[in-house]
Design a protein around this ligand. Structure first.
Ligand SMILES: Cc1cc2nc3c(=O)[nH]c(=O)nc-3n(C[C@H](O)[C@H](O)[C@H](O)COP(=O)(O)OP(=O)(O)OC[C@H]3O[C@@H](n4cnc5c(N)ncnc54)[C@H](O)[C@@H]3O)c2cc1C
Ligand code: SF4
Length: 550
C-alpha cells in the first residue's frame, strides 16, 4: 500500500480535545506567551457538541485559570443552594444528613452548570487569545518520529465503507508540534494507543469506569428549585451493580437527571440504560419530573479508578491530560476541576520546556505537578472509596470509606493504606450461566423511554457511507464467544442500542449487527466487552452526538 501524502502544519503545541482539560491548557499557554502557536482539535461538530458532564462544578480550576471569570459573562450562574443525599428503597428514601460527611464532600461554593456551554465559552476565550480552535477535526492517528510523538493526523474524510478512499476523499493533515497533548477525555482512542505503546499503566492499578447516562428535563416551575443538588444510592441497582443518581436543578426550569452504573458489574444481564429508566419512577424523582418533558439525552463513560489508577502521564513528545489520565474524584463525582488543573500544569511545563529550547522530550515537570500538587491533594484522601465499594459493597464504602476520608482529612494518614482495584471492568464480567436474566419494566413513554426514542434526543448523526468506527478485532467473537458465554452483553450495556443480535424467524442463525450511526461516543463498549474485542476509533470529524447543553 502506498503511503498517504498529507500536508503538514507546525505548531508549538498540538492539543487533541476541546474539553475542560484541553481548553485550560490552550488558554494557559497563550497567557504565558502570546507568541506560542497553539492548535486545539475537536471531533465534535462544534466545541461542546460531545461534552457530557453532570455537572456540579468546583470552580477551583477556573479560579486558577481565569481569576476574573466572575466578571466575564461566563455561563456559570447557578450556585448550589441545597445539597441532599438519599438512600433509596423501591418506594421510599432515607436522607443521610450532611454533618457526618467529610468537608470535601460539601458542595458549598460550587455551581450547577452545563459543561458543554462552559466549554463553548472557554473556546471563545481561547480564540480571543489567539488559539486556533478547529472543531469537526477527528484526530485519527498519532504521528511518530522514531519513538517520539510529533503530531496527529486530523480531518481525514471520505473513505468508503470498505475503507478505500471514495471520490471525495480528503486525506486530512498532519498537525505537528513540539509537544502533543492528549486531552480526549475518558478512554481516549489515541490515549489508549499511547498508554499501550509506552506502557504508561505498567505498575499502576487498572483504570476503572462507570457509565453515566443523562437526560435534561424542562419541568413545572412550581417544582423547580434552582441550585438544589440531590444524589441517591441504593435502589434500583441493589446488589446487581454499584452506582447512583444525580438530580441537579439548573437554570431556566431545567433539571439534569442522570445515573451512573459502575462498569465492574458481574451479572452480564444488567441493563444500565433500563436501570436509569426505572430510577425515574421512584417517587423522589418522579415528583420532580411530573408534567415535565425530556428535551435531551446522552451518555458518556466516567473514569473511577482515582489516585492508584493514574498512569504515567508523559511520553516522548507528549502528555495525557484530564480524564485521558482519569482524574475524577469518585465520591465527589467531580473531574472538571482536575481536568482544568491538569491542563494548566501541562501548559506550564511545556512553556518552560519550549522557553529553554527543548522539544519532544518528556515533560517531567507536569508529572510532578499532578502527583504533588492540588490534584493529588484532592484524589489521595478518597482513594479507597471505590475499591471498598467494589470489594465489600455500598454499606462498607459508606461506613469505612467515610471513616477513611475523615481520618485522612484530619490527620493526613489513612486506616487502610492504598487498596487495589484488582480486575479490569471487562474481566469482572461473570458468565451468563451463573446469573438469571433480569426482568425490566417496559418504559411508559411518559417518564421512561425506549433507547432508540431517547437516542433521537442526542441529535446523533454519522455519515452512513463511511467505515464502521467500532472495529472488531475478531469479527466472529460476538457470536462464537460472547453469546454463549456472556449472553452478548453489548446488547444491553450500550446506551444507544448500537449492538444487536439478530436471528431468523425460527430464532436460529444468530448474527451480530452494529448500528454505528447511533453511537453517542460514550466508549463503554471499548471498556466493558468481556473479550476486549471492540476498538472504538474516530468516525469522520463532526459526526456523533450534537448535544445542546449537556
Ligand atoms: C454522567 C457524568 C456526570 C459527571 N458529573 C460531574 C460533575 O457533576 N462535576 C464534575 O466536575 N465532573 C463530572 N463528571 C466528570 C467530568 O465530566 C470529566 O472529569 C471531564 O469531562 C473531563 O474533562 P476532559 O477535558 O478530560 O474530557 P472531556 O470533557 O471528555 O472532553 C474531551 C473532548 O475531546 C474530544 N475528543 C476526544 N477524542 C478526540 C479525538 N481523537 N480527536 C478530536 N477530539 C477528540 C471529545 O469530543 C471532547 O470534546 C461527570 C462525568 C459524567 C460522565
Ligand atoms: S457503540 Fe460503544 S461508544 Fe458507541 S454508544 Fe454504544 S457503547 Fe457507547
Amino acid at each position: 500500500m502506498t503511503a498517504i501524502e498529507r500536508e503538514s502544519m507546525e505548531y508549538d503545541v498540538v492539543i487533541v480535545g476541546a474539553g475542560p482539560a484541553g481548553l485550560a491548557a490552550a488558554i494557559r499557554l497563550k497567557q504565558l506567551d502570546p507568541d506560542l502557536s497553539v492548535v486545539l482539535l475537536e471531533k465534535g461538530s462544534e466545541v461542546g457538541a460531545h461534552i457530557l458532564s453532570g455537572a456540579v462544578l468546583d470552580p477551583c480550576g477556573l479560579d486558577a485559570l481565569l481569576p476574573d471569570w466572575r466578571g466575564m459573562d461566563a455561563p456559570i450562574r447557578t450556585p448550589v443552594t441545597e445539597d441532599h443525599f438519599y438512600l433509596l428503597g423501591p418506594s421510599g428514601q432515607v436522607r443521610i444528613p450532611n454533618w457526618p460527611m467529610p468537608k470535601l464532600m460539601s458542595n458549598h461554593g460550587n455551581y450547577i452548570v452545563s459543561m458543554a456551554n462552559v466549554c463553548r465559552w472557554l473556546a471563545t476565550v481561547a480564540e480571543g487569545l489567539g488559539v486556533e480552535v478547529f472543531p469537526g477535526m477527528a484526530c485519527s492517528e498519532l504521528v511518530l518520529d522514531g519513538d517520539r510523538v510529533v503530531g496527529v493526523v486530523a480531518g481525514e474524510f471520505g473513505r468508503e465503507a470498505d475503507g478505500t478512499p471514495g471520490p471525495g476523499y480528503e486525506p486530512g493533515m498532519e498537525l505537528r508540534g513540539k509537544y502533543v497533548f492528549l486531552a480526549e477525555g475518558v478512554r481516549g482512542s489515541l490515549s489508549k494507543q499511547a498508554i499501550a505503546k509506552y506502557g504508561l499503566s505498567d505498575g499502576h492499578e487498572p483504570q476503572k469506569f462507570g457509565l453515566g447516562m443523562k437526560e435534561i428535563w424542562e419541568i413545572d416551575p412550581a417544582r423547580h428549585r434552582p441550585g438544589k443538588v440531590v444524589h441517591t444510592m441504593g435502589w434500583p441497582l441493589g446488589g446487581n451493580a454499584g452506582g447512583g443518581s444525580f438530580l441537579y436543578h439548573a437554570e431556566d426550569n431545567q433539571v439534569l437527571v442522570g445515573f451512573v452504573v459502575h462498569l465492574n458489574y458481574r451479572n452480564p444481564y444488567v441493563f444500565p440504560y433500563m436501570e436509569f429508566q426505572r430510577l425515574k419512577h421512584h417517587p423522589l424523582i418522579a415528583d420532580v419530573l411530573a408534567g415535565g418533558k425530556r428535551v435531551a439525552y446522552g451518555a458518556r463513560a466516567i473514569s473511577e479508578g482515582g489516585w492508584q489508577s493514574i498512569p504515567k502521564l508523559t511520553f516522548p513528545g507528549g502528555a495525557l491530560l484530564g480524564c485521558s489520565a482519569g482524574l475524577v474524584n469518585v465520591p465527589r463525582i467531580k473531574g472538571n476541576h482536575n481536568a482544568m488543573l491538569s491542563g494548566i500544569a501541562a501548559a506550564e511545563a511545556a512553556h518552560a520546556a519550549i522557553a529553554a529550547g527543548r522539544a519532544g522530550d518528556e515533560l517531567v515537570g507536569y508529572e510532578a505537578a499532578v502527583r504533588e500538587g492540588p490534584i493529588a491533594r484532592d484524589l489521595k484522601p478518597v482513594r479507597n472509596v471505590k475499591p471498598m465499594w467494589s470489594k465489600w459493597g455500598l454499606w462498607a464504602s459508606l461506613g469505612l470509606g467515610g471513616l477513611d476520608m475523615w481520618t485522612r482529612s484530619l490527620t493526613g494518614l489513612g486506616l487502610f493504606g492504598t487498596l487495589k482495584h484488582g480486575k479490569t471492568d471487562a474481566a469482572a464480567t461473570g458468565e451468563a450461566k451463573d446469573f438469571a436474566p433480569i426482568d425490566y419494566p417496559k418504559p411508559d413513554g411518559v417518564l421512561s423511554f425506549d433507547r432508540l426514542t431517547n437516542v433521537a434526543f442526542s441529535f446523533t448523526n454519522h455519515e452512513e457511507s463511511q467505515p464502521c468506527h467500532l472495529r472488531l478485532r475478531d469479527p466472529s467473537a460476538p457470536i462464537a464467544v460472547n453469546l454463549p458465554k456472556y449472553a452478548e452483553p453489548a446488547q444491553r450495556y450500550c446506551p444507544a442500542g448500537v449492538y444487536e443480535v439478530l436471528r431468523d424467524e425460527e430464532g436460529s442463525n444468530p448474527r451480530f449487527q452494529i448500528n454505528f450511526q447511533n453511537c453517542v461516543h460514550c466508549k463503554t463498549c471499548d471498556i466493558k466487552d468481556p473479550s476486549q474485542n471492540i476498538d472504538w476509533t474516530t468516525p469522520q470529524g463532526g459526526d456523533g452526538p450534537n448535544y445542546p447543553n449537556m
